[in-house]
Design a protein around this ligand. Structure first.
Ligand code: COA
Length: 159
């Protein structure tokens, strides 16, 4: 896997422009310009912190499958990094989020110095909670985040 970057713009913009994928992520699709800004912000995050979002690609074909990793968060009390994962619609249900998610969370503890990683989930998202539970996160509570009630999930560093 490589850090998500401007080189992934075409595939990331197609994924983030899909209303089925974005239904429970920020409540809206992203246009190409907004995706480009997000990719630039992610490159700055990697440069500043040594962690960020990865591009998930099929190991055989190289096809873009999705994005996942840590991103900065300011809206959750006591949190600095949020785990996020988005998979292209055609790869849902294939186990890729489980496989990539495990690897990314494990790797994140080597790169991120904090003791907790959080995740924000839309309460109606049927897949995100079960996935996060498989990855070892636990539901903390529901909070008003970015203007809407959201589930806050977290996982703690184990020494
Ligand atoms: C959440 C998401 C990444 C899961 O991707 P995926 O490739 O389908 O995930 P996997 O095939 O690895 O399945 C992982 C687990 O997710 C859960 N899951 C996936 N789809 C589900 C659904 N429709 N209903 C309930 N649980 C579901 C299951 O627990 C599943 O494990 P299982 O197959 O052992 O039961 C994908 O649905 C997605 O990109 N959704 C939009 C973005 C989003 O909601 N991201 C979460 C923000 S943290």
């Amino acid at each position: 896997m490589l850090p998500l970057s401007a080189a992934d713009l075409d595939e990331a913009a197609a994924m983030l422009g899909d209303p089925r994928v974005m239904r429970y992520v920020d409540g809206a699709t992203r246009d190409r310009a907004s995706t480009a800004r997000a990719l630039e912000a992610n490159e700055r995050c990697w440069a500043a912190n040594g962690w960020g979002l990865w591009a998930i690609r099929d190991v055989t074909s190289g096809a873009f499958v999705g994005q996942a990793g840590l991103q900065p968060v300011t809206e959750i009390l006591g949190a600095t990094a949020e785990f996020s994962i988005i998979v292209s619609r055609r790869s849902w249900g294939t186990g890729v989020a489980t496989e990539a998610g495990h690897a990314i969370v494990f790797d994140a503890w080597q790169r991120y110095s904090g003791d907790e990683i959080h995740a924000v989930v839309h309460p109606d998202d049927p897949a995100a909670g079960p996935l996060l539970r498989k990855l070892g996160l636990r539901l903390r509570d529901e909070e008003l985040i970015r203007g809407a009630m959201a589930q806050v999930w977290q996982i703690q560093r184990v020494e």
